[in-house]
Design a binder for this molecule. Sequence first.
Ligand SMILES: *[C@@H]1O[C@H](CO)[C@@H](O)[C@H](O)[C@H]1NC(C)=O
Ligand SMILES: *[C@@H]1O[C@H](CO)[C@@H](O)[C@H](O)[C@H]1NC(C)=O
Ligand SMILES: *[C@@H]1O[C@H](CO)[C@@H](O)[C@H](O)[C@H]1NC(C)=O
Length: 306
Amino acid sequence: MKMWIFAVLAALAVGASAQCPPTCATMKWATCDGPPCSCTLLIGNGTKQPIVCTALVPKCFLMKAEMYRARRGLSTRTIGGKQHETAIVDNDGIYDPECENDGKFKAKQCNNTDVCWCVNSAGVRRTDKGDQTLKCEKLVETNWVRLQLTHKEGPTNVNKDNLKAAIASELNSRYKLDSSLVKEIQYDPDARMIVVDVTKPKGERISDLSRMAYYMEKDVKALPLFTEQKNFTASVGGQTLMMEKIIVYYVDEEPPTMTMKHLTGGIIAVIVVVVLAVIAGLLAVFFFQKRQRKYKKTQQREMEQM
Ligand SMILES: *[C@@H]1O[C@H](CO)[C@@H](O)[C@H](O)[C@H]1NC(C)=O
Ligand SMILES: *[C@@H]1O[C@H](CO)[C@@H](O)[C@H](O)[C@H]1NC(C)=O
Ligand SMILES: *[C@@H]1O[C@H](CO)[C@@H](O)[C@H](O)[C@H]1NC(C)=O
C-alpha cells in the first residue's frame, strides 16, 4: 500500500516537472505553453516572438511588445533629461522598432513612417531625422551607460563605498550584470543623487548594457518587467534605499552626429552679456557725442555774446 502511494506521488512529480513553467521569470507579459515547452511574447499582430526566460529580453523585442500593447491601450512610458559631452538621452519616446532575428536593433529606424533616423545598440536616436533615403552604415554600440538615480528620503550617513558595493550587487542579482562593469559611483547625500557608471571595453560584444538599463528604467519609473514584482532597492549598513527617479545617459563607441537644436543655458547667458555690453557701448558713444555737441553750441553762444 505504502509503495503504491509512493509510486503515484513520484509519477505526479515527474508529470509536474515535464510541464511548462506557468510564468516567464524575466517577462511578465510572456505566455508559456507546450510540449515542447516554449515561452513567447506578442510583439505584433499575431507575431509571437520566442524568448529565453532565464535572461533579460532584448530591448528591441520589449519595445515592440510595448508598442503593440499601447496600440491596444495596455501600457505606456515617460522619459526626459540631458548631460555629458557625448551622452544622449532617449527624449523621443517610444517607437515601433525593427529588430534583427537575435533581438538587436536595426541601425535604421522609421517607426512605420517616412521619417527615419539611425540608432545605437540601445535603440536610442544618435543622428538627425531624415527621409527613407537616410543611410545608417552600421549599428554603433553603446559601451557606457550612466544611471542617474535619486533615492527616496530617509537613509542618512550612507557610506559611498558600501553604496557602490550594494548597487553592484543588486545590478548583478537582478539583471545578471557582471559587477566588474560597475566602474564608478558618485553620491550627493543632499540631493539624494547616485550616479552609477556602467562601462564595458570598446569592442566587447558579450554584455548588452541596453537591456539592463531598460529593465532598470521600468523598475524605477513604472512597474518591473519581471514576473516577480519586487522593487529595486540597495541595502547599505542596515538601511534600505528605494529609488524614485532615474535618467539614463548613453555613451556610444562613436560620438553621435546630431546637430545642436537648442542653445544651452550657458551659451544664452554669454550671448545676453555680449548684447548688453554692445548696447551699453552704443549708448555711451551716443551720450558722449550729444554732450560734445552741446559743449560746442554753448561755446559758440559765448563767442557770439562777446
Ligand atoms: C490585425 O489583425 C486583425 C485581424 O486579423 C486585422 O483586422 C487588423 O487590421 C490587423 N491590424 C494591423 C495593424 O495589421
Ligand atoms: C511612433 O509612432 C507612434 C504612432 O504610431 C507615435 O505615437 C510615436 O510617438 C512615434 N515615435 C517616434 C519616436 O516618432
Ligand atoms: C514598491 O514600491 C512602491 C512605490 O514606491 C510601493 O508602493 C510598494 O509598496 C513597494 N513594494 C514593496 C513590496 O515594497
